[in-house]
Design a binder for this molecule. Structure first.
Ligand code: PLP
Length: 375
């Protein structure tokens, strides 16, 4: 198998599997229990919380565990608007957010909030001043992802949040950092973010676990009420095995952020090089994108057809965003990729295990596929 779909999900690493196993076999207590088994589970979870917080340049007290980034972003947006949005009724967002944010905004619109989606300019870039101009005294929240999951575009979150906070310090800032965490150097402080969504399964941890960073002093009302776990912000017995798997994965990735980035950049260059010789193939990701994600258009051939052709050789890529199950999300259009170019878009995404050799095989089979399939 040549797995080139790491933006959809990653293979759990050995450290994560070992931690999950340990917490399901030896250390299976309920962290809320007052006895030793409960305390041991609590200590293991505290360790994971500390590792994840520290990877974000934050304190353990800032981290709330969730079932994944979809829940984190729902909690961030709905919870912050419940806390601060009684009088301020406008939310500003980038126009290329993942469905977990964008669909939440659509739901908020139905409940009476005004949503302003800021698009990139003709050059495909977002400008902080465009977000500033969209904000006013009625704005409660600004949400902007760090790395786009379909194209790898890096959005100017740090600059935008700083610009907006300077004029409107009361606006709550949220960033979906799912595709940036453990790949780019991000820190909660330098991002100027009040809220940050993270997902475990994009960083070699299991599926079904995520985290929400909440800056000290920022209020987020709970979506789920109950036993007051996670400081009452997210009730329900914590999934200790998954949380510890998340912690173990982050711990093992942390020392290699720089070298893994360089490796991804090498893979991106190799891919761009290899497809440059194929007639009609265009690379949609900009030069300065996250090197982990490359979006390209396969000479007008429908994405699914090429995807399944590649699959027949054990090569796995994605058509657009895996989260939208092949449905076009509109994100490519926002970046100026329309018509046949959008219909033939493929997303290739890497991890540290991906090799240049695999990229060459992918390019060879892509070339073959374009020449041999119809449609
Ligand atoms: N945000 C981005 C940018 C993503 O790529 C994804 C998953 O594809 C999510 C959010 C959703 O994460 P989860 O699967 O943990 O809910």
């Amino acid at each position: 198998m040549i797995y080139l779909d790491n933006a959809a999900t990653t293979k759990p690493c050995e450290a994560a599997i070992a931690a999950v196993t340990e917490m399901m076999t030896e250390n299976f207590g309920n962290p809320s229990s007052l006895h030793r088994a409960g305390l041991d589970a609590q200590l293991a979870m505290d360790k994971a919380r500390k590792i994840i917080a520290s990877a974000l340049g934050a304190d353990s007290s800032n981290i709330i565990f969730t079932s994944g980034a979809t829940e984190s972003s729902n909690l961030a947006i709905r919870g912050a608007c419940a806390a601060y949005g009684r009088k301020r009724r406008k939310i500003v967002a980038s126009s290329v957010e993942h469905a977990s944010v964008d669909e939440t905004l659509t739901a908020m619109e139905k409940s009476g909030f005004e949503i302003v989606r800021v698009s990139p300019r003709g050059d495909g870039k977002f400008y902080p001043v465009d977000f500033l101009n969209a904000c006013d005294d009625n704005t409660v929240l600004l949400t902007m992802m760090q790395v786009n999951n379909e194209t790898g575009h890096i959005l100017p979150v740090k600059e935008t949040f700083a610009t907006v906070k300077r004029k409107f310090p009361e606006i709550i800032t949220h960033s979906d950092c799912v595709q940036a965490f453990m790949k780019l150097n991000i820190s909660a402080k330098t991002l100027n973010a009040d809220l940050i969504s993270l997902s475990g399964h994009k960083v070699h941890a299991p599926k079904g676990v995520g985290a929400l960073y909440i800056k000290k002093g920022i209020r987020v009302l709970p979506l789920v009420t109950g036993g007051k776990q996670e400081k009452g912000i997210r009730s329900g017995t914590e999934s200790v095995p998954l949380i510890c798997g998340f912690g173990a994965a982050v711990e093992s990735l942390r020392p290699t952020i720089a070298s893994r980035y360089d490796h991804a950049a090498e893979l991106k260059n190799a891919l761009v090089d290899a497809v440059s010789g194929i007639d009609g193939v265009t690379v949609n990701s900009p030069e300065d994108s996250s090197p982990y994600i490359v979006n390209l258009s396969a000479a007008g051939k429908r994405s699914e057809i090429i995807l399944h052709y590649l699959e027949s050789f054990g090569i796995y890529v994605s058509s657009g965003s895996a989260c939208s199950k092949g449905q076009q999300s509109g994100v490519l259009g926002q970046f100026g990729i329309h018509g046949k170019s959008a219909d033939s878009a493929l997303r290739v995404s890497f991890c540290e295990d991906t090799t240049v050799e695999e990229i060459k095989i992918f390019a060879e089979k892509l070339h073959e596929g374009i020449n041999s399939v119809r449609g």
